[in-house]
Design a protein around this ligand. Structure first.
Ligand SMILES: Cc1cc2nc3c(=O)[nH]c(=O)nc-3n(C[C@H](O)[C@H](O)[C@H](O)COP(=O)(O)OP(=O)(O)OC[C@H]3O[C@@H](n4cnc5c(N)ncnc54)[C@H](O)[C@@H]3O)c2cc1C
Length: 365
């Protein structure tokens, strides 16, 4: 533990950002017996984690690699982790392993899907499968004019209610850590034996280690330490997305549907979320401002499942997720110690899968 006579604050670990990654990092550190503080600029779940889409979709199981294995481990274990969290907190996180359906739109895809089916057999531990079948048998709601060559179905995909999930995580974090909302971290000053975290109001928090988990805003916060890694540029950028929530009567047996960048996610209590996250140029817009002129994702989804056409939109949401652009590493998550800074660590999700992997414990060494 770090003792600092001037700060009056003594923490083993300070975490920047109370999204799904920051909250899990805090819980893991607290379970290891560390004294932890979470610093959140706005409030828990104010970032990309706090929406209502909640798709938990695996990467395709062909061309297997370490990233796909890590994601599989996350998706496989989350079911039990959430059950435990619900028991501890009494909060229903709306988890269901509902599977995913994607339309097969042309014949050329069949060979690729056959490779995926074999990959699923090899790598999904015989518990989950991928298959291709006639659309009408498994998914009568799907538009046959889009699913012209059948459907691809997997049994590993799941869904969660992100806001309930974040509420449950926040509940546990409040019990085991200090949490400061409204704490805007403006800079980080690492030294050999401690790290100073400087807040906008001029105050400082001193900790032994700092984990930066503030979503896409981590790129700017870490720029002073990481510019060398990507030819002077930040190691990623924010990608905006938006979603709508529909009221639609269903018996909660539907799968997640995915096509052409749009997700349709059945949620509990007769709700269906539709969304996508691919707007790269949003600099003129507020990060969380819903753009009414960008409803293509919704129209694409309605084309795919026409029965949703008359369902009332009851909520709208927009957010910005991090997208890593480090050369040679694509959109892979960046869960590492910052090069040359042994006490400063980064948790940057990087793609659209963070909700399914955030709970995995990471060792920074
Ligand atoms: C529309 C949309 C739909 C998505 N759908 C899915 C999905 O279905 N499934 C899935 O797995 N992923 C999905 N994602 C991606 C996923 O939500 C994000 O990748 C993930 O939530 C990021 O979590 P995080 O904890 O890294 O960041 P965030 O949830 O963004 O949390 C970062 C937190 O840090 C705080 N913060 C920022 N700057 C500072 C600072 N300087 N000081 C203190 N605090 C700060 C923010 O206020 C925020 O609360 C979606 C993203 C979007 C935008």
């Amino acid at each position: 533990m770090i003792h600092n006579a001037h700060s009056g604050r003594i923490y083993d670990t300070a975490i920047v950002g109370a999204g799904v990654l920051g909250l899990w990092a805090a819980l893991h550190a607290a379970r290891r017996g560390e004294k932890v503080i979470v610093l959140e600029k706005r409030k828990i779940g104010a970032g990309a984690s706090g929406g209502f889409l909640g798709a938990l979709m695996p990467h395709m199981p062909d061309n297997w690699n370490a990233k796909k294995q890590m994601q599989f481990d996350g998706l496989e274990s989350l079911e039990h982790v959430v059950a435990e969290l619900e028991e501890q907190t009494g909060i229903d996180c709306g988890y269901r392993r509902c599977g995913r359906v994607m339309p097969v739109t042309n014949e050329k895809l069949i060979g690729q899907i056959e490779r995926r089916i074999l990959g699923a057999k090899d790598h999904w531990q015989s518990k989950y499968s991928m298959s291709v079948s006639n659309a009408s048998s498994l998914s009568p709601e799907l538009n046959p004019e889009i699913a012209t060559h059948g459907i691809q179905h997997d049994t590993l995909s799941a869904r969660i209610n992100p806001r309930q999930y974040l509420m449950a995580l926040g509940f546990n974090v409040r019990k085991s850590c200090d949490l400061k909302e409204g704490a805007d971290v403006v800079s980080i000053e690492p030294a050999s034996d401690q790290v100073d975290v400087v807040l906008k109001d001029g105050s400082r928090i001193v900790a032994g280690n700092v984990i930066v988990a503030n979503g896409y805003e981590a790129y700017e916060l870490l720029r002073p330490f990481m510019a060398d890694m990507n030819n002077g540029k930040t190691i990623g950028r924010g990608v905006k997305g938006q979603a709508v929530l529909l009221e639609y009567k269903h018996d909660d047996t539907m799968p997640v549907y995915y096509h052409d960048g749009s997700y349709i996610v059945p949620q509990k209590n007769n709700r269906i979320a539709i969304g996508s996250t691919s707007v790269n140029d949003w600099s003129e817009q507020a990060p969380d401002g819903f753009d009414y002129n960008n409803m293509d994702f919704y129209h694409r989804a309605i084309q795919l499942v026409p029965a949703l056409k008359d369902a009332r939109i009851i909520d709208r949401w927009a957010g910005v997720r991090p997208r890593n652009t480090l050369e040679n590493r694509g959109t892979e998550p960046f869960f590492e110690t910052v090069p040359g800074q042994k006490r400063l660590h980064a948790l940057i999700g990087g793609f659209k899968i963070t909700l399914g992997i955030a709970h995995l414990e990471r060792n920074f060494s």
